[in-house]
Write a new protein. Structure first.
Length: 392
């Protein structure tokens, strides 16, 4: 992954906002960070924003849980990463570290609410903002045992929201904002939509696969529903018999995915690539005819916009996040049912004119998304909160 380098215009704008709002040191609280084995789009998002803020002269510290095989502290692209506590103890330990000043001075706080909240409104009195990329909803039951999942749903939907009603929130897409307003009861005026950027590393190049190739990228976890994607691709092969599928990613659900591959007789046309290098991923995006996802919940389809930057269109589930990352009909197609999705896969694979049109639209869509704009717009929300608290 290539860390974005911000222009002088962007860094100067952020620095000016920081000076006016009195924000020199910023702390970010997250469940995990970029070096974690299970890091995904949320961690890429936090890293890119933090690195651009650091390029603008801010002192940024990101506090997360410990990562296997990683040191407790490190400097990364201009900001400091600290990792203490388990997946669960990181929440109270981070609050105590802030309250006791162990993390140093903090002019502004960013809480990344990724399922389990840090409850910063309870203990933080200074300038702050909350990133909530999407409502987890059914994801709780997919990843945790019954009683724990029920508590997670209750915490997210009922117990935590009242404490956050007056906090400035940032989410990634209009669809996710609708979820936050409709499902959690947040004030729409306090929820700002700031789309993520696209890593400049991802660009067009190379040759397409000589046979129809679909690529899917993500953690092998229930929310991504890769078994469903395998079934959808198997159905599409009735019209596109030479279709191939490559799934990139690792995760604890790999045996379930392998079982589904066996069930559809897919060992000769489905590849579980596991972890690949950045260069390997870019090459797959460039070779693919489509990028696909059967995910049931996303704050944003970051892999879809990465592929779009390589000129590869999307065929995926019509869910919040996907519907914002994809310009439907221009950079890709979305469907609500498995039958419709497999039909769209086959349509794009067999219609050269349609595929060519979507490839051009994908490049246009990716060009609309930059990390510089995301970093500036996010910092503006934090600066506005600081200025409001100062009565300015």
């Amino acid at each position: 992954m290539q860390t974005p380098v911000a222009s002088e215009a962007t860094t100067s704008a952020i620095a000016a906002l920081a000076a006016r709002a009195g924000l020199q040191t910023v702390h970010m609280l997250a469940w995990r960070d970029l070096d974690d084995d299970e890091a995904g789009g949320s961690e890429v998002h936090a890293h890119n924003i933090a690195s651009i803020w650091a390029q603008s002269g801010l002192q940024v510290t990101m506090r997360t849980s410990a990562a296997v095989g990683q040191p407790p502290e490190r400097d990364r692209e201009g900001y400091r990463a600290t990792r203490y506590g388990s997946r669960y103890s990181v929440f109270p330990r981070s609050a105590v570290a802030e309250l006791t000043g162990r993390m140093g001075r903090c002019d502004g706080l960013v809480e990344i609410w990724n399922g389990m909240p840090f409850m910063s409104p309870v203990w933080r009195r200074g300038p702050r903002m909350v990133w909530l990329h999407h409502v987890h909803g059914p994801m709780w039951g997919m990843t945790l045992p019954g009683p724990v999942a029920k508590f997670g749903e209750l915490l997210e939907a009922r117990l935590a929201p009242p404490f956050y009603r007056r906090q400035p929130m940032v989410t990634l897409s209009p669809s996710s904002k609708s979820e936050l307003v409709d499902d959690l009861g947040f004030d729409p005026d306090r929820v700002t939509v700031v789309p993520p950027g696209v890593d400049p590393f991802f660009t067009p190049g190379g040759d397409r696969s000589p046979v129809p190739l679909a690529v899917a990228v993500g953690r092998l976890a229930p929310v991504k529903d890769f078994p469903r994607l395998v079934r959808i691709m198997a159905a599409a092969r009735e019209r596109v018999p030479d279709l191939r599928l490559v799934i990139v990613g690792e995760g604890y659900e790999r045996p379930v995915v392998e079982e589904q591959i066996s069930a559809v007789g897919g060992h000769d046309w489905v590849t579980l690539a596991g972890h690949v290098t950045d260069e390997g991923l870019r090459d797959l995006y460039r070779r693919a005819w489509i990028v696909s996802s059967a995910s049931v919940r996303e704050g944003w389809g970051m892999t879809l916009t990465e592929a779009a930057a390589c000129g590869t269109p999307t065929v995926a589930t019509d869910i919040a996040g996907h519907s914002d990352a994809v310009a439907v009909g221009r950079s890709g197609l979305l469907a609500t049912s498995d039958a419709d999705l497999s039909g769209l896969v086959a349509d794009v694979m067999t219609d050269t004119a349609l595929r060519t049109q979507l490839q051009a639209g994908a490049l246009e869509r990716a060009g609309e998304l930059t990390w510089e704009a995301a970093a500036l717009d996010n910092f503006r929300v934090l600066a506005d909160d600081a200025l409001r608290r100062a009565g300015r």
